[in-house]
Design a protein around this ligand. Structure first.
Ligand code: M6R
Length: 622
């Protein structure tokens, strides 16, 4: 989704802004723009459709100087993706330029009112309404810009993170947020670098980390003003002063680079064994055969006495939540419901005060997941967050939680966050089971021991499944894929299908294998690749029968089997092997070849793997 970068300080703003926009490309966007104020006080705005590189090319012969600036990557909501609708937007007088993330829901009525009062508009966007409203408020109230922003935002319904430049005051940068994240990076010496002040703005930490790890997370309905003297003042919309809380970012620059891989997605697939070791570090204690999740320890009674657990999530996070449901129900004997956050928030779901509601989200910013937990909070449930991005909105809105600690995930297609979520939900299930004594000591210890070995088994899986790149070439013809799994592997089928869809644009569906006979089997012919997750475990015989049913209709079988299996291998056109493990841990291994398959099919089809069309990394609009 949209991204914001901002800078005020001693350095030239443009290179910082452009680098920041490149860092934000992973979020998904369709146009980009920058705005600076130069020494002569000229406020420039340059925008273009397409990639940041197109913007760079378009400003090659322009004046891009200035030590204050804002920049934006736009993911279109109101108005088609073109240069006119791209941000920054000028106010009518061209004194102000503004960038905006989020959606202004009452923009139509605001625009009509402003037009009645003589304001004219160039674009179709809700954002232009904001900048015109701020200008109009400043004129009619004869007040300073900060006050005008406060007053204007009071009449706005919707979500926003904004940054504004005023050419009449090139020494200050103003920003505000509600429902859409905004981070202020404070330059060295608390905003003063060699005695000179320096502030950065980012819709997430990626454009900031290169310059400082000291940040302030702007809260909802807060407005901030920062100047070249190093002053940072924050108030709420009613002008009550807020004390900025300084945080230290837990991120390093290497994590934002491809590290020799062709794409972030490939790097993140191969990072999974090490990422999961970090995720489980200090949490899985093999010597004492224990699982220690501080988020649970501090709130034991909430989980032990929970009537029910409801997990809200979207996309890949929903798939990991489904695996979490199967495990928590099996191990801790608590009923678990898994809800699409976007559906849950608009129903009138029954939520009891003794329910625990868990939000699973890589970004911690998904608008529907955030709204779902806000609804649950209003009904008195205990909220728990399982997120990757530290300091994001969901962890800040929940009562307790666990971070994945798998490092920044830049590829739009979620990979290491998925396995990080699955292993975290398994640890959570084990931690509750321990408290509730629903597993024998022997079984509990075996589960802890085996879980500890999973990162090494993941490494084995990655090492032993070479050649997928060659094999993937054969499937560029396919218009459809079917993915089948049973039990714990049904969510793996869903996730494998989603991976293929989102980066190769091939239609794919995941089904519980036994459901085939109830409809999808009609699709099988000699053209249809069917991916079957068939480990030599629990329902092996049943899945073998399902494979036979496909074979006899000439479907092409691609299987994921346990190392050494010959039966399914013999029935398959192609086979990926994984080491043996317990049923509940198979998803952590079986998903790896499926991630690689989708990656290499997409590459063979010439797709932009890290930035697939129409997709955004964090979906901050509903
Ligand atoms: O940040 P979240 O985990 O809340 O995001 C949820 C989905 O938008 C996300 O998982 C999406 O489905 C991914 N692109 C899947 O690869």
């Amino acid at each position: 989704m949209c991204g914001i970068v901002g800078y005020i300080g001693e350095q030239e703003a443009y290179p910082i802004l452009i680098k920041g926009l490149h860092r934000l490309e992973y979020r998904g966007y369709d146009s980009a723009g920058v705005s600076m104020i130069n020494k002569a006080g000229v406020l420039s705005v340059y925008k273009s459709k397409g990639k940041v590189s197109a913007l760079e090319a378009s400003v090659a012969d322009k004046d891009i100087s200035g030590t204050i600036g804002i920049a934006h990557t736009r993911w279109a909501t109101h108005g088609e993706p073109n240069a006119t609708n791209a941000h920054p937007h000028f106010s009518q007088s061209k004194n102000l330029s503004l960038v905006h993330n989020g959606i202004i829901e009452n923009y139509k009525s605001l625009r009509t009112e402003l037009e009645k009062n003589g304001m004219t508009f160039c674009s179709e966007t809700d954002t232009e309404v904001l900048v015109q409203l701020i200008e109009y408020t400043q004129i009619t109230h004869n007040c300073d810009l900060y006050t005008a922003v406060q007053l204007a935002l009071k009449s706005v319904i919707g979500a926003y993170a904004i940054a504004i430049l005023d050419k009449r005051n090139p020494d200050q940068l103003i920003c505000a947020r509600k429902g859409s994240p905004l981070i202020i990076g404070v330059g060295a010496n608390n905003g003063k670098k060699n005695g000179k002040a320096e502030f950065f703005l980012g819709s997430d930490a990626t454009p900031i980390i290169e310059y400082t790890n000291k940040v302030v997370y702007l809260q909802d309905e807060e407005i901030a003003i920062m100047n070249r003297e190093g002053d940072l003042r924050i108030t709420n919309l009613s002008n009550v002063k807020q004390t900025p809380q300084l945080h230290t970012l837990q991120m390093n620059l290497d994590e934002l680079e491809k590290g020799g891989y062709a794409h972030f997605m490939l790097k993140e697939i191969y990072e999974q064994p090490s990422a999961l070791k970090i995720c489980t570090k200090g949490r899985l204690n093999v010597n004492d055969k224990d699982v220690l999740l501080s988020g649970i320890i501090d709130h034991k009674e909430k989980f032990v006495n929970a009537r029910r657990i409801i997990i809200c999530a979207c996309g890949t996070s929903w798939h990991s939540a489904l695996i979490g449901k199967y495990f928590i129900e099996e191990a801790a004997q608590i009923p678990v419901e898994v809800e699409y956050a976007s559906e849950f928030r608009y129903r009138n779901p029954v939520i009891f005060p003794d329910d625990v509601v868990i939000a699973v989200s890589q970004s911690g910013e998904t608008a529907d997941t955030l709204a779902a937990i806000q609804l649950a909070k209003s009904k008195g449930a205990f909220l728990y967050g399982i997120c990757n991005v530290i300091g994001s909105s969901i962890p800040r809105a929940t009562d307790s939680g666990t971070y994945l600690h798998v490092g920044p995930e830049i590829g739009v297609a979620s990979t290491k966050a998925f396995t990080g979520q699955v292993i975290t939900l398994i640890m959570l299930g084990l931690a509750i089971a321990k408290e509730k004594k629903t597993l024998s000591d022997e079984l509990f210890h075996m589960l802890v021991d085996e879980l500890q070995q999973i990162p090494d088994k993941m490494q084995w899986t990655l090492d032993h499944n070479k050649g997928i790149d060659q094999f993937a070439q054969m499937f560029t013809y396919a218009r459809n894929f079917i993915y089948l799994g049973r039990g714990y592997n049904y969510p793996v089928a869903l996730e494998g299908a989603l991976k293929l869809k989102e980066i190769s644009y091939i239609h794919a569906e995941g089904y519980p294998a036994a459901e085939m006979k109830h409809g999808p089997i009609a699709l099988i012919d000699e053209e249809m690749p069917v991916v079957v997750i068939a480990p030599k475990r629990g329902m092996y015989d049943k899945i073998v029968s399902n494979i036979q049913e496909i074979k006899s209709r000439k479907g092409k079988i691609i299987s994921v089997v346990t190392e050494g299996d010959t039966i399914v291998k013999g029935m398959s056109d192609y086979c990926f092997e994984i080491p043996d493990t317990r049923d509940c841990y198979v998803p952590l291994l079986a998903i790896l070849p499926l991630q690689l398959l989708s990656y290499y099919v997409a590459i063979a089809k010439g797709r932009n793997v890290d930035q697939p069309r129409n997709l955004a990394k964090s979906v901050t609009v509903e």
